[in-house]
Design a protein around this ligand. Structure first.
Ligand SMILES: [Zn+2]
Length: 164
């Protein structure tokens, strides 16, 4: 008789799955995995899709299922939870810092001082030199999750992670 891993061990295993779009961040840090519930030989994983336009969701779903199966669960159910909708606020602070080091301006908090900030109007900080003197070049980056900016100080283009 084999012993199945604990809920904590399942979380740890899922945290080894990189986000398909941004490999420096895993799917747990992204806030995609909402819940892990174990019922005997069955693992039930709840996930919330990030940007509806992101094409990688079926891949993440397959990887969650495959990971749970590799841990010994005979039955794996991956549930999609749409409410509350995913927010970039769910990305952990450590992951946002790694995003910046990777050269992508991280999303900002959606709420500052209790009020919704003007996301489109507020300047995005350059991840290289930290300047706020930046302009949006193209709101449709390589994927729908990202926008392309250019820094007016270091003259380098950079991507930002859209805040939702
Ligand atoms: Zn710069």
């Amino acid at each position: 008789m084999t012993t199945l891993p604990s809920t904590e061990e399942v979380w740890q295993a899922l945290a080894r799955i990189p986000d398909p779009e941004i490999p420096v961040i895993n799917v747990v840090e992204m806030g995609i995995v909402r819940d892990v519930r174990l019922e005997g030989p069955k693992a039930i994983i709840s996930m919330t899709p990030t940007f509806s336009g992101c094409p990688a969701l079926h891949l993440i779903r397959a990887q969650l299922e495959e990971t749970a199966r590799s841990l010994g669960f005979a039955e794996v159910e991956v549930k999609t939870v749409l409410s509350p909708p995913w927010s970039t606020d769910w990305i952990t602070p450590e992951a946002k810092e790694r995003l910046r080091q990777y050269g992508i301006a991280p999303p900002r908090p959606t709420r500052e001082r209790g009020a919704l900030i003007e996301l489109e109007a507020a300047p995005t900080r350059c991840p290289r030199c930290g300047s706020f003197n930046t302009s949006v070049k193209n709101t449709f980056g390589p994927t729908l999750c990202k926008a392309i900016h250019v820094c007016n100080d270091c003259k380098e283009p950079f991507e930002s992670f859209k805040t939702v």
